[in-house]
Design a protein around this ligand. Structure first.
Ligand code: SF4
Length: 123
């Protein structure tokens, strides 16, 4: 190794499953260079499964998605974050309001056939 290489170790949690194993990301000259175990981590105690040991590999992968994709006419096309987030927000808004709209319509239609109860006729 060269004398001028600068390594940093960033403690973090493996992103792959709920076990929550601890690991150190090895950063060399500002770029992610590998993974090392976190020997005193209370969950993993210095051990990682193969997925955890390789969890840095996707970061610089040529196949990694760097922009959002939206399906249009059956094909995924590159999009902007603004467009993708607006689409998700609109979808969530529809999901949360459609039941309310349906209930409102249901209440309005059932109101037409509403009849007073016997006791309410005497109030
Ligand atoms: S190292 Fe393996 S077991 Fe641990 S959190 Fe990652 S995927 Fe799960």
């Amino acid at each position: 190794m060269g004398e001028n290489m600068n390594f940093d170790y960033v403690p973090t949690t493996c992103p792959y499953c709920g076990c929550g194993c601890g690991l150190n990301l090895v950063v060399q000259d500002g770029k992610l260079a590998g993974v090392e175990t976190w020997k005193r981590h209370p969950v993993s105690e210095g051990k990682l499964c193969p997925k955890g040991l390789a969890c840095d590999e996707f970061v610089h992968s040529e196949e990694r998605l760097t922009v959002p994709l939206i399906k249009k006419d059956g094909t995924f096309v590159e999009s902007t974050w603004d467009e993708a987030l607006a689409l998700v927000a609109f979808s969530r808004l529809l999901q949360s309001t459609l039941p309310l709209i349906r209930d409102s319509i249901s209440s309005a239609t059932s109101y037409q056939s509403w009849r007073p109860t016997h006791s309410s006729c005497f109030n």
